[in-house]
Design a protein around this ligand. Sequence first.
Ligand code: SF4
Length: 426
Amino acid sequence: MKTISVTTLGCKLNFSESSSIVREFVQNGFKKVAFGKQSDVTIINTCYVTAQAEKKSKFAVKKAKKVSPNGKIIVIGCAAQLNPEKFVKYDGVDFVAGTNFKFDIFNILQCNNEQKIFHSDVNEIENCDEAYSISERTRSFLKIQDGCDYHCTYCAVPLARGKSRNISIEEAVKNANIIAQKGIKEIVLTGVNIGDFGKTTGENFFQLIQELDKVEGIERYRISSIEPNLLTDEIIEFVANSKKFMPHFHIPLQSGSDDVLKQMHRRYNTNLFCQRIFKIKELIPDAFLGIDVIVGFPTETEQNFNETFNLLNDLPVSYLHIFPYSARPGTAASAIKESVPSEIIKNREIKLSELSDLKSYIFHKQFVGTTQSVLFEKIESDKKILGYSSNYIRVSVESNNDIRNKICNVKILNFENNIMNGIVLI
Ligand code: SF4
């Protein structure tokens, strides 16, 4: 039996797509093996969001060639779309498939002649390929949207993935039912700009979550990341009253300076952002709020950074995802002459991660002594099992039973090393 392996860099959307692409190979007689094991076909699903991610994509090709010298290596993903010539030169690469061809690679492999690059202009892409992950984890990444029309000045995603487009609500519900039939209890809605869902079908995100809420068998949904300007009151109110949509929001702020937000071409200001945060905390006090923030945008002054620090310091957020600015070729910001020295970026990153640790401690500490509903995912070590509460708290318990993929009530005893330890209530 032929074997296939895959390695995926980057976002949840990439994971959902890798899973669907490999599933077609498995449905056609291939056996999936772990990346790093010798395989007849290896797929490298690349990322372009930072220079570091692109470098990792290159190393993955080298590793694949080393472990499977006679195997076929196929490179897909955002870096492949933006730099096909570069990847096709790497030793061992059979062909590179851009954004519009990544779901055709099984067929391309069947009838491939000598063509090495399958590529087209992303702006020609109209359809949104369906994708979801089922086997890799207890939670599934369900792709609902792709591409983006925002063109924030630092971001290359629209260059790699094209215009905003989405599957229909009917297709999303169909895929959620398939995932439920596999016994998976949690779905993470994923895409590039998911709040923009509905643009190509005349529907909207609020309608989508109402329909998904009715799907039998799925007990939990998480909204991966949503733009502040698209996170409406009705969506927050719906999540507040839903038993299935979890009290967990991931919202990109990027900067706490309105001047910098303007130069990033973001579609909100700090006032709107704060309104969203306080609206959520008013209706869902226990909600987990993960916030994206970029440090070192080329024009960010010390004063701008202090505005960001002070704003986040004053807000009831739970965790900061901190990204040092990485200039991406082809983006408007990469043409900006000024730049922030790397040691200053490093210092700002350290300051914000210290703030994030404090926010995380304050957030988690308040749940000691409470009872939380936890979906268990992973056996950590002897008898220790790890899972997540509805509001995305990592919880570890001791158990003789394999309670993975089970939702149990847990009494939280303490918070140590960023993990809540508890006991399962029978
Ligand atoms: S909203 Fe902005 S940052 Fe997000 S994918 Fe679109 S262009 Fe990139």
